[in-house]
Every structure is written in C-alpha cells, then in structure tokens.
Design a protein around this ligand. Structure first.
Ligand code: PHE
Length: 445
C-alpha cells in the first residue's frame, strides 16, 4: 500500500526515463566532473572515465534497473524482498546512509547555484575583473551563514517537491528545461572556445598524456562515473521499479548514460578553454565552475540574462537530483517505519539540514563527504549490487527481466560476463591499487 504510493510517482513510460535522466544529470555533470577532471590532468582522465562508464558503470546501472523492475519496489524494499533474512538486504540501508551523506554537501553546492542565480539577476557579477570574480566566490564559500541560508532554500524546495509527489515537476523539468540547459551550455561553449587562449584548454581536454594516470585518478574516475549516473546506492533501483515491463531496459540504460555523458563532456568543454584563457588553474577544486563561468558571461552578448537563466536551470537540474536522493530516504521511512509521506519528508529534511549545516561550516567535512560518498560508498554499494544480482536472481532471472518487453537482449552474454566477473574484479583491483599507492606500494602504474 505504502509502496504503491511510491510507485504512483512515475507511472508513465516517458516519465520514468525522464526521471532517471533527471536524477543522473545534475551538479555531478556540470560542477563535479569539470573540477575532478581538472584536478586529475584532463584528457587522460577523460579516457579512463569513458572506459569506466562503458565497462563498469553502465552494467551496474542496468543491473539496478533489473532489480528495481523485477521487484517493483523502491530500494529499501527491493533487496529485502529478494533476499529476506539475508545480510544482503542491508544494501538498502547503505543506500539510505549514502543519500544522507551526498545530500549534505550537494545541497550546499545547489545553494551556491541559487546564490549565483540571484547575483546574476541583480547584476552583482557584471563587469567584474577575473580577480574580483574569484573573490566573489571566496566570499560566498567562506561565509557559512550565507551558505546555510541558500542551502535551507534548496532543502525546503526539494522537500516541497517530494511531499507533493514528484511526477509532474520532474517530467516537466527533464523534458523542457533540461534541453534548454543543454542549448545554453552549447552557446556558452561556443563563446568559451572563441576566447583568446582557449586552445590550450581544448588541448588539456583532448590530447591525453597517459603518464598522468595514477591509481588515484583511476579511483576518482570510477567514483565520478558512479556519482554522475546516480548508481551504487539504489536511486536507480527505485527508478527501475517505475519503468514499465513493455520497455527495453538496455536501451533505457544506454539513453540515460549517453545523455549524462554528453552533458558532462560539454560542461568540461565550456569550462576548460575559459579557465586557460583567464589564467585560472583547472585544478582549483570545487569552486572551478563558479570562478570560470562569470568570465564568459561578461564576454558575451546579453551575458547577464544568459547567466541568470543558466544558473537557474543549473539549480533546477540540481534540484531534480536532490529530489531523487531525498526520495530514497523518504521511501525508507515510509516503508520501514510506516511514516506518512509528509512526516517522512519533514523528518528527512530536518536531518539533512543538520548534516548540511556541518558541511556549510566545515570545508574539511565538505571535502570528506564529497570524496567519501563518490569514491568509497558508491563503488562499494555497486559491488554489493553486482554480486547480489547474479547470485540471487540467477542468469535466467536477469535475462528474463531484460527481455520482459518481448525482444531479445543481444548483448546479454557480454553484459552477464561483465557483471559476473569484470565489474566486481575491477572495482576490487581499483580500490586495492589506490589504497596501496597511498601506502607507497605500487602494484600497477
Ligand atoms: N547523479 C547526480 C548528479 O550528477 C548526483 C546523484 C548521485 C544523485 C547519486 C543521486 C544519487 O548530480
């Protein structure tokens, strides 16, 4: 009964895909991808990221869809129902914890985008020099109270959407607003690419220097591909439950991953040339987008208007991802503790507000949560999911679900081999290799 409520959210076919893409496309693509890429040497990281997405992340995404649709339950119930009384079913709880940790810093960054929307509307960033633009970001990120206010606005907005039911808002956002955001990214890209000195940024992004690949950068590429696709904690399991049996899950997974990648790549193509043209260090961390973009807006016709719409749409993209994370926590309270949707939303929002406040006040905690969730929790969650599916559902069970729409899954053999062997082994090796390199022991690279 309670689960029915959750399933009602995305009853239509287009709605389910739009929702999954809405969850995937967010700050992970536009804020996190460029800065992590910048810190890890550019093009070589991009290559590792693409390999990690194709060989590891997409199979995990598809597996989450399979489990979600098979059980028709949101994450907290899905694993439980397939493996009652086994320790495996704790995957759901790990997902809920992970959602808490991600939301704590995610809402702070979403708050920054809201602040930049208002700053663009009031013309506060107009005509500022490169240094003044940097300073404007520092003054925001170093005033915890200001971050807190914007963060609370974000939490209230996402709680409002979740308490009302998500379907209409997210569909509308994903089908109309996100294509508009894509269009603006392309416009900004073109201007960024035509700035003096932009070529160096293009080279940074497109000509790989493989000596820059380290165990740490492989580890970060893996984490980023999970974070960007919202996998490893059950968000996509929940959305899998919303996909109708008539749909081809494989093509859903590929569509979501394709859209997600294109937006991340274009975001980097928009940021890097400008960063080089303006002498901004591409490895300058989480503030990269905010210290770079205003320079482009200042160099473009109708820059302030474009800046306003851009940050507003970015805020909405962040909101749709934030909503998908909040939904995991809310569904947990509804299903496991019999809370009403309203009560579950209020309790979750307060808890996230408390965690988020800690992140707004401590940069160290902010960085820790950011790295720990993407690089450790999501890959570990994914490892559980990927071990769980073949053992609990079996090869035939997985195949049946993938072919439930009536067609053949031509790549099933490859997919199954990836899930059964390649993905778990790769995750373990990447982990161990990185930990060893921290301890000064070199296995690979
Ligand atoms: N994928 C989202 C983004 O790119 C973030 C997210 C991670 C959402 C994990 C849900 C779960 O912004």
């Amino acid at each position: 009964m309670k689960e029915e409520k959750a399933n009602d959210l995305f009853s239509t076919k287009v709605g389910a895909i739009a929702a999954a893409a809405g969850s995937a496309v967010g700050l992970g693509n536009i804020w996190r991808f460029p800065y992590v890429l910048g810190e890890n040497g550019g093009a070589a990281f991009l290559v590792v990221y693409i390999i990690s997405t194709i060989l590891i992340a997409i199979p995990v995404l598809l597996t989450e869809f399979v489990i979600g649709r098979k059980t028709n339950l949101p994450v907290s119930g899905a694993y439980n129902s397939l493996a009652p009384n086994k320790w495996w079913n704790q995957i759901g709880i790990i997902g809920v914890l992970c959602a808490f940790i991600i939301l704590s810093f995610y809402n702070v960054v979403a708050g920054w985008t809201m602040c930049y929307t208002v700053r663009s509307a009031t013309g506060a960033l107009q005509g500022l020099s490169e240094d003044a633009i940097q300073q404007a970001f520092v003054s925001l990120s170093e005033s915890p109270w200001e971050c807190l206010i914007w963060m609370v606005v974000t939490i209230v907005a996402s709680a409002f959407i979740v308490s009302r039911g998500v379907k209409r808002g997210i569909e509308w956002s994903s089908r109309i607003l996100m294509p508009l955001l894509l269009l603006l990214i392309i416009v900004v890209c073109v201007r960024s690419l035509t700035l003096d000195g932009a070529l160096q940024g293009v080279q940074f992004l497109l000509s790989p220097d493989f000596s820059k690949i380290t165990p740490q950068s492989i580890f970060e590429a893996l984490g980023q591909s999970f974070f960007s696709l919202s996998i490893g904690m059950g968000t996509m399991t929940t959305y899998g439950a919303y996909i109708s049996k008539k749909q081809n899950l494989t093509s859903c997974a590929f569509s979501v991953a394709f859209v997600d990648f294109v937006i991340a790549f274009l975001a980097a193509l928009m940021i890097m040339p400008c960063a080089f043209a303006c002498g901004i260090n591409p490895g300058s961390g989480p503030g990269l987008v905010f210290v770079t973009l205003p320079n482009i807006f200042n160099a473009i016709m109708f820059g302030q208007a474009i800046s306003f719409v851009f940050f507003l749409l970015l805020f909405i993209a962040a909101l749709t991802s934030s909503v998908s994370l909040l939904e995991v926590i809310v569904a947990y309270f509804m299903n496991e503790h019999s809370f009403s949707r309203r009560k579950a939303t209020v309790v979750s929002a307060i808890l996230i507000g408390i965690f988020g406040t800690l992140c707004a006040f401590s940069k160290t905690l902010f960085g820790l949560f950011d790295n720990f969730s993407a690089n450790v929790m999501l890959p570990l969650g994914a490892l559980f999911i990927i071990l769980f599916a073949p053992i609990i559902l079996g090869r035939t069970g997985m195949r049946n679900e993938l072919e439930a729409h009536g067609g053949k899954c031509k790549l099933f053999g490859l997919y199954y081999a990836l899930v059964r062997y390649v993905v778990p082994i790769a995750i373990v090796i990447i982990f161990v290799n990185c930990i060893m390199s921290w301890m000064g022991v070199k296995i690979f690279a």
